[in-house]
Design a binder for this molecule. Structure first.
Ligand SMILES: NC(=O)c1ccc[n+]([C@@H]2O[C@H](COP(=O)([O-])OP(=O)(O)OC[C@H]3O[C@@H](n4cnc5c(N)ncnc54)[C@H](O)[C@@H]3O)[C@@H](O)[C@H]2O)c1
Length: 364
């Protein structure tokens, strides 16, 4: 049985990964999480009594705490999801992003390097450290083309810059110390347990509550979307078959404009909870969810288009995304409808749907 440390495992993708890995493997999983506003043990509620799951409350930047956890649990694999992740928050306060994403990754890498160097040769060879990165490190595309593993790093937001910096450290630890690292660059994820501040979960929870659905700028910025369960399967595949030192792009082959995404949320909601039966809309005389759409000022430095070519992971490792955007969106809307109490509890005292990321905008 392998022991896997999952940092940031109480957040959106991390908690989905814990659920997937407990179902699909016999691994023992140790979640290490600082429990920021974005992380919650509510996301791991249904696995808390599983004997193969344990939780450690710690900051990945605390090298002594990381060293202690590694000595105690003796992992075969570390998957680092822990990060500050919301671009808008990185505009309002970049410092937290440096602390968590750069210094945090550094603290974790240092503790990992010392632990790994003392392993017996066979375990040292099979050990893996996987850094969960993003396609945002590559910057923005025009109307054509795709990012691939050879694309040049050109991060535009403080979030992307902090993730890019962390990737460079991971790469350097492989080249300099021989640490068997992997990096995955995934496009935008959506699905269950996502904190309702980003486009899809915010649109769903606002629409259910009859609140405006904000769309930045002209709404024509394009993202590639991948269902979180597909991303978690890709991570399991990379851990099983990925080659140490390699990077893998992960995507859903589903490019959509933000306007298309929000229209998709409205359509899925109309099927499951028709607007004329939702008292929150009737109270304000809205006849359809689309009436809630509101164009708002753009995000400063808003990248126009991200699109990824994931043929390396498809060809070399045999992974491919399986859930279409329409199907995944329907499943996601349905999950948020069934989990309205989770949604309220997770936001309580942290976030009230207000606009973020404009505080330091200076007219250009
Ligand atoms: N969400 C996406 O669309 C997406 C796409 C590509 C890559 N990623 C990457 O995937 C990872 C997970 O993203 P997410 O959307 O699940 O994020 P999230 O914001 O939902 O969760 C982040 C988790 O990390 C924890 N955390 C933050 N700082 C920490 C620290 N210093 N020490 C320990 N734990 C800490 C938080 O408490 C939270 O549980 C991130 O590294 C992100 O950059 C996300």
């Amino acid at each position: 049985m392998r022991t896997v440390i999952v940092t940031g495992g109480a957040g959106f993708i991390g908690s989905n990964f814990v659920h997937s890995a407990l179902k699909q493997t016999n691994w023992r999983l140790i979640v290490i999480d600082k429990l920021t506003y974005a992380g919650s043990l509510l996301n791991l509620h249904d696995v808390e009594h599983d004997p193969r799951y344990s939780f450690v409350h710690a900051d990945i930047g605390d090298q002594a705490a990381m060293a202690e956890a590694l000595e105690r649990w003796h992992p075969d694999i570390i998957v680092n999801f822990a990060a500050e992740t919301h671009v808008d928050r990185s505009i309002d306060g970049p410092h937290n992003f440096l602390a968590a994403n750069v210094m945090g990754t550094f603290g974790l890498l240092e503790a990992t390097r010392h632990y790994w160097s003392k392993l017996e040769p066979m375990r040292r060879k099979s050990f893996r450290y996987l850094q969960i990165s993003t396609d945002e490190v590559y910057g923005s595309l025009g109307d054509a083309g795709f990012f691939n593993e050879d694309s040049r790093y050109a991060p535009n937001s403080p979030y992307a810059a902090s993730k890019a910096s962390a990737d460079h450290f991971v790469r350097a630890y492989h080249e300099t110390f021989g640490l068997p690292t992997l990096i995955s660059h995934c496009s935008n994820n959506y699905g269950f347990y996502q904190f309702p501040e980003k486009l899809i979960p915010l649109a769903i929870s606002n629409a259910i509550a009859g609140k405006p659905l904000p769309i930045y700028g002209d709404g024509l910025n394009v993202r590639d979307w991948v269902f979180v369960g597909d991303h978690c399967d890709a991570i399991l595949t990379i851990l099983e078959r990925g080659r140490a030192g390699d990077q893998y792009i992960v995507g859903g082959r589903s490019e959509r404009t933000n306007l298309e995404v929000v229209n998709g949320v409205c359509a899925a909601l109309e099927e499951l909870l028709p607007a004329d039966s939702n008292v929150a809309l009737a109270a304000n005389r809205y006849e359809s969810y689309r009436d809630l759409i509101k164009m708002v000022p753009d995000r400063p430095g808003h990248d126009r288009r991200y699109a990824v070519d994931c043929s390396r992971i498809e060809r070399d490792l045999g992974w491919t995304s399986r859930i279409s955007f329409e199907m995944g969106l329907g499943m996601t809307v349905s999950w948020y409808l069934l989990n309205r109490r989770w949604c309220q509890a997770i936001q309580q005292g942290h976030y009230n749907g207000e606009r973020l990321g404009l505080q330091s905008a200076v007219p250009r």
